[in-house]
Design a binder for this molecule. Sequence first.
Ligand code: ZN
Length: 369
Amino acid sequence: MAVEIPFAIKYRPKKLADVIGQPVVVQAFTNAFKNNTMHHAYILSGNYGTGKTSVSRIIAAMENCEKGPTLEPCCECNNCKLIFEGKSFDVKEIDAASNRGIEDIRALNKEIHHCPIECRTKYIILDEAHSLTGIAAEAALNMVEEPPDYVRFILATTEAHLLKDTIRSRCITWKFNKVNWTEIFSHLKNICAKEELEYDDNALKIIAKSAKGSVRDSLQNLQTVLNYVGNEKILVNPVKEALGEVDQQLYFNLIDAIFRSDAPQCYIIINNIFKSGKEAGAVVRDLYGHLNNLLLAKTCKKNLPDFNFTEDEIKKYVHQSNKINGDYILKMVSLLKDVSLGLKFNLDPDFLFNTFFIECIVANKKSGK
Ligand SMILES: [Zn+2]
């Protein structure tokens, strides 16, 4: 039986124009490449799954494609193939988290002084570059400072602020943003069309939103859903079941129940959420998100479309926020912090949430609503 290629690999971008949701990075590298002003060292910073490794490979392929240099690597020549598989001898991908000893960096420093064998430009892609500390970071600094002119460095990191200032000052930094869910949604629609998959728009929106800004996670989530639904159409309920996503409406119901001092209803709702397999930590994060959205709805009602809410969500958040005053929302946020803290100490989630509901209800009564 043939092994299916994961979507995250199959649909990994192979040219800058195909990179989703990073227009600044795409424009910067396109212009630098066209104008022949590529720098010798870059820092690519941003969350997991936003495209740092993909962009690193693309620019390495742009310079080294056998049919190039070209903005659109052919993806067929030997150099392109090896670069996109992460196996090129001249385009080295190194995980700094597990190769952070001074000996590792010295070995790398030695290696960059050998000319590239098959490529025009040698690339050193240091993933998790912030993991380098102490003398290894010093050695890396020397290496980045004066590399041979056939070498380019790419330091990829989720924590750019942890990099030494001296390294940062020698590199051009580009930040990868979390990708807007509407862009992920369009991307998923294109993929469904290519794969001839039937779907309901709302189901695909849940997959897009659940990825929390990571294109890679959205593709993995789509694949998880496909494993669950088989050849059936992708519909809302199976998506929620497969991804363990809680219906947003339950959080509206929960806040309503708190607000009308209906503790039994709060217990029933939280019990159902736990029964659906959602972990307590994830419920806390969802509730923080919900309370934050209520604050947004209260403070910048007119700008809500800029925050990527759907029309239906805007209606619901505005409606609920109109019933609650801002101070009380902040009080709930503060009480929710106790739940987070209790979870860190492994206290019973049922107990923590039940206490949270009672405290919210008491605070509401005290404030006279
Ligand atoms: Zn090529």
